[in-house]
Every structure is written in C-alpha cells, then in structure tokens.
Design a protein around this ligand. Sequence first.
Ligand code: ACO
Length: 428
Amino acid sequence: MDVKDFITDKYAVLTIGDQQVKLPIVIGSEGEKGIDISNLRRDTGCVTIDPSFVNTAACYSRITFIDGEQGILRYRGIPIEELVNVGSFVRTAYLLVHGVLPDDEQNRKFSKLLNRHSMLHEDMRHFFDRFPSGAHPMHILSTMINAMAAFYPNVDLLSLSEDIDISSARLISTVRTMAAFAYKKSIGEPKVYPRQDLSFCANFLNMMFDSPVAPYDIKPEAVKILNILFILHADHEQNCSTTTVRTVGSAQVNLYATISAGVSALSGPLHGGANQAVIEMLTEIANDGNPKKFVERAKDKNNPSRLMGFGHRVYKTYDPRASIIREECRKFLDAMRYNDPLLDTARELEELALNDDYFISRHLYPNVDFYSGIIYRALGIPENMFTVMFALARLPGWIAHWKEMIGSNTKITRPRQIYIGKTPDNKQ
Ligand code: ACO
C-alpha cells in the first residue's frame, strides 16, 4: 500500500481566529491516528510547537511497530518474542533491511558477505594507536566510522544502486571488527582478526577474548545470549539515535558519516549510555547496602539522579525487551554457574520501585538497559563497552531507516522555530 492509502476522508477542524482549516486524519496499519499538518503553514501562516517531538510523527515507516501501552514490539510485523526463538541476529538484520526473513540461500549469501567484509582497511588499524589510553570506546567508534567515509568515499547515495546487502554487510561487519580492536587497544593486547569459519556473534566474542597465550573457548550459551541481546536491540523505531540518522541522512550525507552521528547520539546516558550507568548505579547500591535510599533519591525533585534503566518515552508498561532479558539473564547465569550479586540488587531495586506510588503513577518500569549489563558482565565485557554493544546491535535498524528515508525521497529535515530573542530595537 502507498502512503496516500492511509490518509482517510475524515478531518480535524482547526479554528485560528476567523479562519477554519480542515486537517486530514491519517490512520496507520495498526490503527495509530495522526493529524496531517503538512500544509498548515502554507494555508494559515502558523507552525506547530512540539519541543522534543513528544507528539510528533516525523515520518511514515514500515519497519518497526511499538505499542507502548500494551508492551508490544514487532519488526516488520513479527513479534520480537518469535525472532528471539529463531535466535539469529543475522536473519533479523536481513529482515530489518529487506522487510522479509531470508530463506536459507539468502541467509547463506548474506552471512558470506558479512565474512567477506569483516576486515578493516589496514591503514585504519594505526588510528587506534593515536587515541589516548582511557578514551571511551564509543568516542573511538564514532570517530572510526566517520573515518570510513574517507576510505570508502563512494559509499554515498550510490549505496542504493550498489547491492544494499554489500553496504549493510560492510558496515555491520567492519564496525564489529572495530569495536573488538578498540577493546584490545584499551587493554594493550594484540588485535585478533575475524575468522571465516565463525558465525557473526561467535566471531565477535573470539575477536574480543582470544589471545596468543590463552585461546578463547567459544561457549554456545554465550553465542546464543549475544544473539538474543543483539536481536532485541536491533531496532526501536524513531528513538533519538535513529531520528539523528534520518535527520543527518536527509542532507544526503555519506552513509558512514550518517551512522557515526547515530553512534554519537546513542552514547548519551539518557539513551544507549544507560546500560553502563545502570551497572555503575547497581554497584554503588550494592556497596552501600541501602537500595531504598537510592529510590528516595531518584524521587527527589531537588536531586538530578534518576533510577537508571527505568522509564521510557514510549513504554508505559514493562518494556517487552526487558521482560525477555530479565528471564534470559537468569537462565544464562545459571547455565554458566555465574553468581552476580548485582542481579539480586537489581531485583530488589525493581521490587521496591514497582511497589512505589511515584513509579506506579508515572508508569515507570524497567527498560531494555536494566538487566542487559548483568549479562554483558557475565560474558566478560567491560562496562565501558556496553554502549558499543548496543551500537553494534542497532546498526541494522539504522541502515533500514536510512534506506527507507532515502527511498521515499524525503525532503531535508529542517524544523521551524518560534523566535523569542532580541529585536533590532531590542524589544522583547
Ligand atoms: N527515575 C526517576 N524518575 C523518573 C525516571 C527515572 N528513571 N524516568 C522518568 N522519571 C520521572 C520524571 O522525573 C518525570 O516526573 P514528573 O512528571 O514529576 O516531572 C516523569 O517521570 C516523566 O519523565 P520524563 O523525563 O518527562 O520522561 P521522558 O519520556 O522525557 O524520558 C527517559 C524518558 C529519558 C528514558 C527517562 O525515563 C529517564 O531518564 N530514564 C533513565 C535513563 C534511562 O534508563 N534511559 C534509557 C532509556 S531506553 C533507551 O534509550 C535505550
């Protein structure tokens, strides 16, 4: 169906002074209602004001559906619970970018491309040595992805005429290699190259943890849980970083520079950076031994602290990703016979918050970041790499949105404003 098929023959009527305008009502395929104001300024001279886009749909999209009241998340119409059962991040990536799950042949070809494009341009390896020790890996990652634009200058709008599988595979696979190299640099170990014989997630774990003196034992449970985490983080419609990707991409910026902007947006503690902040908070609580104090502090309007990993702009119920991660976290830790005291702290904190009127009345529940860090710890991934893990997983979503945006001939993103500053005669 075309976008115009979702515009109904019903209208909202807006009265401005003695002028009345009819604004078409749009109803999406899942029944979401919107008011189309695209001709409002032309017809009335007025704009709408919606800081932080709390009430604004910025685009039509066919990629991901969220029902924040019921806790539903589907990629291309498929519930995430089903995708987790399929258990393959590579298949999910293909689904997001192409709109359908791959058949075995398509999956084999895509996996082969991921392998073929897993190497980094050799000259880029030296970049890692120039970052100060202690640099945050998210800063290294966004810089390195941006630098790829210089090494692969032809990856601009031509990427759409090139097979999108090649552009996606090059990005998803190379960024995974970069992330592992950044980690090895931070601990002063030699970099481990990708291997053709390993699956996507197994390859990443091997590049992270293999060393010449201690070969890494790739455990199937670790590969499985990493696939699950990556699937659950692969897309989340118009969140801050995806909106950044669409906005930057709308200026027809090179795909790598566009994705680098998305990585920067993701690094903030109110967005992807929350998974690291959760572990820092849980560690502080476990050391202090008084979770109630932290709940009270998060409620105090004179204190900027929040309960990290709680609350969400869209979900007003339990985040469906958090429900799955909570359960999978327990199973994984049991299977690995890994006892993490932070899991008990997290559960205690959750229990306190979910029974507190402040959190109940504001519909604040655990989000995707609340339990994911505990799994990453059990995998041996250091805290400052948590947000990098999120970025790796979010790549297929960003690429799918970029592709959709470019393919729909979207105009350059350029909001209006209401100016309230000084005037030439300084009247305000
Ligand atoms: N702890 C304490 N209070 C909170 C929290 C929290 N984690 N989250 C929201 N609130 C309160 C706010 O203070 C506000 O209270 P008020 O109505 O009395 O002023 C109310 O709940 C609504 O919060 P907003 O900030 O208006 O909600 P918004 O949709 O803008 O923010 C956000 C959503 C940023 C996720 C917020 O809940 C938050 O800061 N959470 C902690 C950080 C976090 O976990 N981020 C990860 C989000 S998921 C992701 O990006 C992958």
